[in-house]
Design a binder for this molecule. Structure first.
Ligand code: MN
Length: 224
């Protein structure tokens, strides 16, 4: 038995619609995967292949949580996203085989310190502190099985802020899995946040943000 010099951290996990929990290994996020959002951030949606950033596994927040307004920001943003949960990993996964690697799907909210992201972009620095901070990855219940096309919506205190179709993604899920698996070896337990539609904006203290996707349980978070 391995002897640790400190208590080992428990495996991060998320609830599913069934009795078992989904063990989280890594969290990958796709940037600019909806054309209107790429344009609202000042980019040409047709100009580049998908790109990625990551969040630590222990940044996950279960739906229904109340979180503190994060430190070091004055422009805390919501981003409604479809989250893909992998059952199988690998490298150089063919697009035609990609869907076989999925365990299920969830609603997600890629919480962002937009001011730190803008500073990082301007200074050509990494996005980690803008994207991968504590409690930055809200995930709803993970539903096993496939998902069809459907609406993705974000509301803040009941007001609709983002709405699109999953089929509006520039890079569909199989293309993302295939592309990402050429950059890193994917593994069971990996989560992929697949990008957000247009309409990102601020989340203020006291507000409640709900992400809904047809066929999935909403991801709800309240900010103190
Ligand atoms: Mn995002």
């Amino acid at each position: 038995m391995t002897q640790f010099v400190l208590p080992a951290q428990p495996t991060v996990s998320l609830p599913t619609t069934g009795p078992g929990r989904f063990p989280v290994r890594r969290i990958f996020c796709v940037g600019r995967n909806y054309a209107e959002h790429a344009r609202e951030m000042g980019h040409d949606p047709n100009a580049e292949p998908p790109f990625y950033f990551t969040k630590p596994a222990d940044s996950v927040v279960e739906s229904g949580a109340t979180i503190a307004y994060p430190p070091a920001t004055q422009d805390f943003h919501y981003e409604a996203e479809l989250v893909v949960a992998l059952a199988k990993g690998g490298r150089d996964i063919a697009e035609a085989d990609a869907l076989d690697h999925i365990w299920g799907h969830a609603t997600g909210n890629d919480l962002t310190r937009r001011d730190l992201q803008a500073e990082a972009k301007a200074a050509r620095r990494p996005w980690d502190m803008a994207k991968g901070f504590d409690l930055s990855a809200v995930v709803g219940l993970i539903h096993p099985g496939p998902i069809g096309d459907g609406a993705i919506t974000c509301t803040v205190d009941g007001v609709v802020k983002q709405t699109a179709r999953l089929s509006d993604m520039i890079w569909p899920v199989p293309a993302i899995i295939a592309h990402l698996s050429r950059l890193v070896t994917l593994a069971p337990g990996d989560l992929i946040f697949t990008g957000t539609p247009a309409g990102v904006g601020a989340l203020l203290p006291g507000q409640c943000c709900t992400v809904t996707i047809d066929g999935l349980t909403p991801a709800v978070v309240t900010v103190l």
